[in-house]
Design a protein around this ligand. Structure first.
Ligand SMILES: [Zn+2]
Length: 134
């Protein structure tokens, strides 16, 4: 892939404590849209069959499988005290990540993955997010 990005994005993917992470490259204020969590919209049955760590449940019957590399939002790591939040549009079945507070350039962006993910993928190993004591 040698395609040049012409549109300037307010974030970049860099190495973080937990592998790769998404970092702000521009200042953001509370409520600012950061990025959409994109992927294939599949049925819950199909999601259960596939498994994986990039499944985002968007309704009782639908899940976004965000494992594709074009889904930059999948690089956002979990935090129990995050600076961003994922907001589900229940009509469009789309997930957008917004700044939850002021974020400065260079800061890593986090959101809370939610209790279901936490119980399944984080609890068994212990949460290593910044400032987490669980
Ligand atoms: Zn934590």
């Amino acid at each position: 892939m040698t395609k040049k990005l012409t549109e300037k994005k307010p974030y970049t993917v860099k190495r973080s404590i937990a592998g790769l992470g998404l970092f702000a490259t521009a200042p953001m204020k509370r409520g600012d849209f950061i990025i959409e969590y994109t992927g294939e919209l599949i049925s819950t049955d199909e999601a259960d069959r596939r498994g994986g760590k990039y499944l985002f449940v968007v309704s009782d019957t639908k899940t976004i499988d965000g494992k594709g590399r074009e889904n930059i939002a999948r690089y956002i790591n979990h935090s129990c005290a995050p600076n961003a939040e994922a907001e589900l549009d229940e009509d469009e079945l789309r997930v957008r990540i917004y700044a939850k507070k002021k974020i400065l350039p260079g800061e890593e962006i986090f959101y809370d993955y939610g209790s279901e993910y936490w119980d399944e993928h984080i609890k068994p190993y212990g949460c290593r997010c910044i400032g987490c004591k669980k």
